[in-house]
Design a protein around this ligand. Structure first.
Ligand SMILES: NC(=O)c1ccc[n+]([C@@H]2O[C@H](COP(=O)([O-])OP(=O)(O)OC[C@H]3O[C@@H](n4cnc5c(N)ncnc54)[C@H](O)[C@@H]3O)[C@@H](O)[C@H]2O)c1
Length: 314
């Protein structure tokens, strides 16, 4: 595959990670077909590239299989990046049928579209949620999988669907297991959204913060533009072995450290209320990115958390 000027179909393109991925692909000179039904995404997220001559945007649901097939047949993508999903763990518990359709059946549809239209690569947004409560840290790709929600189950079963398409139909599939992604355009409106988007939104509005537990729980936060570069590489780079990859920095940060850093950047001391831990919340999360680095899916330095937070709050 020639790494330059490829044709990439992106689902979930108007979302948080999707919009940064589209921008990155366009900056690299690729042609992009962006698909989104605006379920949780927003067309404005693509406003910086809306008039780009290499971008075509289509607003419809991945569930509309006939339409998906016809745009794929016309566009003839070299690769599909499948980011569209039901993204809230709580919503997956409340609406398991929607979770089945959006996080599982749609992955199968995407693989079928790839098989029928001779698309050689599929890059899928998986999640650290497939691991459940870690039994060893850092979490590497072989860590046991024990998802605690329909959301995590959907991602894990999706990975197995991808494996079948790799084994039997020769499609290179990449399951990118994102840890905690943060950065501009993450929607803070849901209580289950990323903690960084909620905290920075509340600090900007001079509101207090709520921490469930003692604040010593850790997360592996990765900046969205680093994630976009990794997704683009997975879709276009030569000689990167297919399979699962943890997408993380390999650094853990406690929520208390996060609050302290946000306070330093904004020159405030946010009032913080500590409440009882939420059932099912994971205490420690830290990924190993050795495989990601060894296979050159990411090169250079990860955005340091403090710098990423400054960009977010700028
Ligand atoms: N943000 C994170 O920290 C994180 C962590 C792990 C995994 N992920 C995964 O990364 C992907 C992107 O997540 P995000 O954080 O950007 O969330 P997001 O909600 O901003 O993006 C999801 C996008 O998919 C679109 N979408 C949903 N259903 C669709 C459908 N049927 N047809 C077309 N478009 C549809 C939404 O409108 C939205 O634009 C998701 O698959 C998510 O599960 C994200």
């Amino acid at each position: 595959m020639n790494p330059s000027h490829q044709r990439i179909l992106v689902t979930g393109a108007c979302g948080f990670i999707g919009s940064h991925t589209v921008e990155h692909l366009l900056n690299q000179g690729h042609q992009v077909l962006a698909i989104d039904n605006l379920r949780t995404g927003n067309r404005d997220n693509l406003s910086s590239v809306a008039e780009h001559p290499s971008l075509q945007t289509e607003i419809f649901s991945v569930c509309e299989r006939d339409r998906l097939e016809s745009v794929a047949a016309e566009f003839e993508p070299n690769a599909i990046i499948h980011l569209a999903a039901l993204v809230s763990v709580q919503e997956s518990i409340d609406n398991p049928e929607d979770n089945y359709q959006l996080n599982l059946a749609n992955t199968h549809s995407i693989c079928e579209v790839a098989r029928k239209h001779d698309v050689k690569r599929v890059v899928f947004a998986s999640s650290a949620a497939i691991f459940g409560n870690p039994i060893q840290l850092p979490i590497d790709e072989n860590h046991p999988k024990a998802p605690l929600s329909p959301y995590g189950m959907g991602k894990w079963v999706s990975e197995q669907i991808l494996d079948q398409y790799r084994m039997h139909y020769g499609i290179d599939t990449y399951a990118l297991r994102f840890f905690n992604v943060y950065g501009p355009r993450q929607d803070p409106s849901s209580p289950y959204s990323g903690v960084i988007s909620i905290f920075s939104d509340r600090i900007s509005a001079n509101q207090s913060l709520t921490v469930f537990g003692d604040g010593l729980q850790t997360r592996d936060f990765i900046y969205v533009k680093d994630v976009a570069a990794i997704i683009s590489n997975a879709a276009t780079a030569r000689d990167v072995p297919s399979g699962p990859y943890n997408i993380c920095t390999g650094k853990e940060t406690t929520l208390n450290q996060l609050i302290e850093t946000l306070g330093r950047i904004t020159n405030t001391s946010p009032e913080t209320n500590y409440e009882a831990p939420r059932e099912g919340d994971i205490i420690e999360s830290l990924g190993s990115n050795e495989k990601l680095i060894a296979n050159k899916l990411f090169s250079g330095l990860f955005m340091p958390l403090e710098d990423g937070l400054r960009n977010l709050l700028a």
